[in-house]
Design a protein around this ligand. Sequence first.
Ligand code: GRF
Length: 190
Amino acid sequence: MNKRVAILISGSGSNMISLVEAMKNPAFGAEPVLVLANNPDAGGIAKADAMGIPTAIVDHRPFKGDRPAFEDELHRVISAHSPDVICLAGFMRVLTAGFIDRWEGKMLNIHPSLLPKYKGLHTHQRAIDAGDEAGGVSVHVVTAALDDGPILGQASVPILPNDTAEDLAARVLVQEHRLYPEVLKEFLNS
Ligand code: GRF
């Protein structure tokens, strides 16, 4: 029986696409049952529509900062698709324990740094500014503390002289698209 995967995005959805493409292989043992965005302008929604995957928008703005109300609606829409696992893929809303506890151990996130270094935003610039030799990406289980859950996989990418944050981000994204499907497959079979 295929495992059911919901993917949450806020932007272009390149990680979402790499997950969906990987799930096309029957040996992966999973299927995308929902692509959801909090941003009505997320480019990834049209891409998911074009791939025939059910999509939904739960815009956080009408909730005017009422996170529990936003998350209740998020939970209601996601639950209607009965996923076994939720993959956060460039989903830019910070979720509270109130939501995370309802999906405990069933939610993964991809973060563009070598955690535990550089939790939060602007990870590539911070690695460059610190003079690090490498940047990278981590896939972890989501827990109540931001970008802090058990790390399931990482990939390191060298920082080159004169690298800008954009240069590094582009090289890290290549590794993201390889790592996330790999880690998801292992997680689903564990
Ligand atoms: C990725 O770099 C991901 O690591 C981060 O947000 C970016 C989203 O990119 N959390 P995309 O929307 O998947 O292209």
